[in-house]
Design a protein around this ligand. Structure first.
Ligand SMILES: [Cu+2]
Length: 125
């Protein structure tokens, strides 16, 4: 009688990643623009500009999905730190996306390796 278990697991998977606390991990959107990062989907919303001094604050276990919306190629890179192993999207073009989960609390530098001033900070609470 394996079927009920499979159905239950499928239902759980469809409902999203439920954490032991009962909270559902959120996916937060960031746009990769020319040559900066913005919270949300609008590259031209200056009030949502992200920078090292204006960190993107998320909850532990949340995901960030970076959508490449600039005309030029960019990367989403985070160096290895005491908080994690780091990650690198590689060079991506308009329309691409890159997603990562943040399982540890702390502050993470995220930058584009092509454009030296394109940097944001993620603060995981
Ligand atoms: Cu860039």
């Amino acid at each position: 009688m394996r079927k009920p278990l499979i159905i239950a697991l499928t239902a759980a998977a469809l409902a999203g990643a439920v954490l032991p606390s009962g909270a559902v991990a959120a996916t937060r959107g960031v746009s990769v623009c020319d040559n900066y990062f913005v919270r949300g989907a609008d590259c031209f919303n200056e009030s949502r500009l992200l920078a090292p001094a204006r960190p993107f604050v998320i909850q532990k276990n949340d995901y960030i999905r970076w959508a490449f919306r600039g005309f030029n190629d960019h990367t989403v890179f985070s160096p290895k730190s005491s908080y994690g192993p780091g990650f690198n999207s590689g060079v991506r073009s308009t329309g691409a996306a890159f997603k990562r989960q943040f399982r540890k609390r702390g502050s993470f530098r995220v930058l584009c390796t092509i454009h030296p001033n394109q940097e944001m900070k993620v603060r995981v609470k």
